[in-house]
Design a protein around this ligand. Structure first.
Ligand code: KIV
Ligand code: NA
Length: 265
């Protein structure tokens, strides 16, 4: 299959073809999602919650994400792989941001990086793009600033739409090739999508964007605890794995596994 490149994102917006993305943190899911035709895989710092067992994404380090990103990038034949820059790896300024982006590009085989923030990350985006590295921006609700935003709160409501539009303009101007809109009202996301030439990717931002992205563990029913309202679950992996583990345990305890069929002569 022909590899997805940034050009694919531009063309998709122009032609009205929806872009699809899922997170992935390992080679097993990367291969499956790639073969299913998902356009891009984000190795998100949501690995903090979904791999490392943290309550937020804040403790995640570049060194935590590098091996996961390498596994995902190494497994795909078609999908575009985006490396998420974790909290503390770019806020200090354009030099720090470029240093982190270069590490991901050199050490993992990812095709782009993503960082949070609109106007406040303008200089960082511009510097990374200037070095020939594609940047996916991320505005609206930005989990790395959970405490600054006062919790898991919808952004771009009421007067907040002005800041959202300013952030959207700013990241496009800085050279981002696409922008993720997280947890904003559907109408605000529609306004951003109409305003921008670069494609918008919704995660909890309704249907009027150029693409959709979900955290794979939420979408596949593997999340423990509450799943956000915007997620539709397409599988019950927790139920399937739990059932399999129980059956296997019972079979081992009762002596029905392994039998002759699963033993060597
Ligand atoms: O880390 C992540 O999974 C993300 C998406 C939810 C946008 O940043
Ligand atoms: Na993230």
């Amino acid at each position: 299959p022909k590899r997805v490149r940034t050009r694919h994102f531009q063309n998709a917006k122009r032609e009205g073809i929806k872009i699809t993305g899922l997170t992935s943190y390992d080679m097993l899911t990367a291969r499956i999602f790639d073969e299913a035709g998902i356009d891009f895989l984000l190795v998100g710092d949501s690995a903090g919650n979904n791999v490392f067992g943290y309550e937020t994404t804040l403790p995640v380090k570049v060194d935590d994400l590098i091996p996961l990103t390498r596994a995902v990038a190494g497994a795909v034949k078609r999908a575009f792989v985006v490396a998420d820059m974790p909290f503390g790896s770019y806020e200090n300024g354009p030099e720090e941001a470029l240093h982190t982006a270069v590490r991901f590009m050199k050490e993992t085989g990812a095709h782009a990086v993503k960082l949070e923030g609109g106007e406040r990350s303008h200089k960082q985006i511009r510097r990374i793009v200037g070095a020939g590295i594609p940047v996916m921006a991320h505005i609206g609700y930005t989990p790395q600033s959970e405490h600054g935003l006062g919790g898991h709160v919808i952004q771009g409501r009421g007067e907040g739409v002005k800041q959202l539009l300013a952030d959207a303009r700013s990241v496009q101007e800085a050279g981002a090739f696409a922008v993720v809109l997280e947890m904003v009202p559907a109408d605000a996301a529609r306004q951003v999508t109409e305003l921008l030439e670069i494609p918008t990717i919704s995660v909890g931002a309704g249907p009027h964007t150029d693409g959709q992205l979900l955290v794979w563990t939420d979408w596949a029913g593997l999340t423990i605890g509450r799943v956000p309202k915007f997620v539709k679950q397409y599988a019950d992996l927790a139920g399937i794995l739990s059932q399999a583990a129980r059956e296997w345990r019972e079979d081992v305890e009762s002596g029905s596994y392994p039998n002759a069929e699963h033993s060597y002569e």
